[in-house]
Design a protein around this ligand. Sequence first.
Ligand SMILES: [Zn+2]
Length: 156
Amino acid sequence: MNKLEKVEYIIIHHTERNNDFPLFVKLRHIYLRGWENIGYHYLIGNTRPFTRNGQIYHGRPEEFEGAHILGYNQNSIGICLIGNFDKKHPSKEQFESLFSLVHRKMEQFRVPVENVRGHREFPEVRKSCPGKLIDMDYIRTSLTQREIPKIPSLVN
Ligand SMILES: [Zn+2]
């Protein structure tokens, strides 16, 4: 695995599976895709029985390049929400963990908010990752205001 030299982007993904857990993601990446380790640097658990809701799991150590996006692995950190957010919203806990993790990484690597991106916002990506229900502009605006965004499913 190559060393990660410089972090210019923080890239958000989803696993596309609601029933999923970090070890399963890791095994898929190693045995189905032939990578040396899990492709993402972090995963965030959801409400399903296999993970702890909002728990941040370490994936590939961040001193190494991830394997999560074409053309930008050498200068990015990959964070993956467990679940499929084409269909449902992330949980409140998951969203809060995402938000605090992204904030920490922005400060640690001095990443500007416009470089916090969803996978689908990169050129030639045809999938909806991190899911149709994740509004990246809304996330960036909230990061600027340092407020944890309210997601639609949380509004009563
Ligand atoms: Zn993705």
